[in-house]
Design a protein around this ligand. Structure first.
Ligand code: NIG
Ligand code: FE
Length: 388
């Protein structure tokens, strides 16, 4: 009997526009690529493509790397549509709204929380996202943070311990930081790759943020941060000083913050869904890019400040209102997100990278911004397998 073949190669061909982010050939036309063992093994001109076991003709469509959504809070229960409605009629956004979701999350079963994550991850796949980072942060007890991360881990390797999201009601901040850096960290670290803090007035200050991130680093986690979302603050400088992978939000930056980011390996994660839904001004992506800062775009999908799972929506806003070109915005939503997660195997379609991609119902990636709100993703593939 013949041995069954373990790997089947797939040729994806007749690609009208292929975005690879390869250094020499970042964007090709009339292109093709080959996938074997879940990885890209060849890409180039359609007419020069090698043969493969199977073939997929995409009829002139654009193919892009799968979106890398480097910031989300998908482990939650309930919604806050009433709070959104109040904001749209004049109420300001307040970090304290997080406590509403904490109460709903604590009351939910593991099964309910997992089903909610699954629903949102499926929604993301349908919109071209192939990697998502998921934070805890709506549990705020040892038990609820640990189960939030165990559930998140069922869906992604990019899990982030955000016990320091807000201080729970009736709790002293110093006592809470002791809990987060002690027993909570000990229970959560095995389920997490990253540690994060909401460094903001109304949440955690500079000293508390440093204490939490340093404890996380000592426990083997890598730091990232929520910084300067609602006003200027110490978060960006702290993140850079600690070598954090990302400083996310970056809505209210000082010149010193921009300089610090520019001279660092910390990626600035911009989350335009937040400003859309809190009516804050959008972050100035142009200022960051011109200063030499690496920028990622992400959804921040959560029920309070940004309830979108659509990376294409973020791209549209970034192009329309944050000074990004369509190409910069796509880069930030793919390879920028990968850089923010310190991953070199995703966010690109070069030889050796994971075959994570989506086929668009459009001849060019430019349509992502040009046709806002239109569902342009025809199919999404992860590790060479079709998800949607
Ligand atoms: O990233 N900023 C802190 N945390 C979330 C908001 C969470 C909420 O409002 O529920 C954010 O915007
Ligand atoms: Fe967030």
């Amino acid at each position: 009997m013949r041995e069954p073949r373990l790997t089947v190669s797939l040729l994806v061909t007749n690609i009208g526009e292929l975005v690879t982010w390869d250094a020499e050939r970042p964007i090709l036309h009339d292109a093709a690529f080959v996938v074997e063992g879940g990885r890209i093994t060849w890409f180039g001109a359609r007419t020069q493509a090698p043969s493969a076991d199977a073939q997929r003709d995409v009829a002139g469509a654009a193919v892009i790397p799968g979106f890398v959504d480097s910031h989300s809070h998908l482990v939650f229960a309930g919604d806050r549509s009433a709070e959104f409605e109040a904001r749209m009629t004049g109420e300001p956004y307040a970090a304290g709204g997080i406590r509403t979701t904490v109460a709903a999350t604590r009351a939910a079963t593991d099964e309910q929380l997992a089903a909610n994550v699954a629903r949102h991850v499926t929604e993301m796949h349908a919109q071209g996202t192939t990697t998502v980072e998921i934070k805890s942060g709506y549990g705020l007890t040892v038990h609820d943070e640990a189960r939030s991360l165990a559930i998140a881990k069922q869906f992604t390797d990019e899990t982030t311990f955000l016990g320091a999201h807000v201080v729970p009601d009736d709790t002293d901040i110093a006592a809470y930081v002791d809990l987060v850096t002690g027993p909570m960290l000990e229970r959560c670290a095995p389920h997490a790759r990253w540690i994060d803090v909401f460094c903001e007035d109304g949440a955690f200050g500079a000293d508390e943020t440093r204490a939490v991130l340093e404890a996380g680093i000592a426990a083997g986690l890598q730091p990232r941060i929520h910084a300067s979302q609602l006003g200027p603050g110490p978060g960006v400088q702290l993140a850079v000083g600690l070598g954090a992978a990302a400083a996310d939000h970056c809505t209210y930056l000082t010149d010193a913050d921009v300089d610090a980011l520019a001279g660092s390996t910390t990626v600035a994660g911009l989350l335009p869904g937040v400003e859309f839904s809190t009516r804050h001004p959008y972050p100035d992506a142009r200022r960051l890019i011109d200063a030499g800062v690496t920028v990622a775009l992400a959804t921040d999908c959560n029920p309070g400040s940004s309830y979108t799972s659509s990376m294409a929506f973020c791209i549209s806003v970034a192009v329309r209102d944050m000074g990004m070109s369509p190409r910069e915005a796509l880069w930030s939503a793919t390879l920028g997100g990968a850089t923010s997660l310190r991953r070199d195997d995703i966010g690109r379609l070069t030889v050796g990278a994971r075959a994570d991609f989506s086929v668009l119902n459009a001849p060019s990636y430019v349509h992502l911004a040009y046709r806002p709100g239109v569902p342009l993703v025809l199919s999404t593939w992860k590790d060479g397998r079709q998800l949607v």
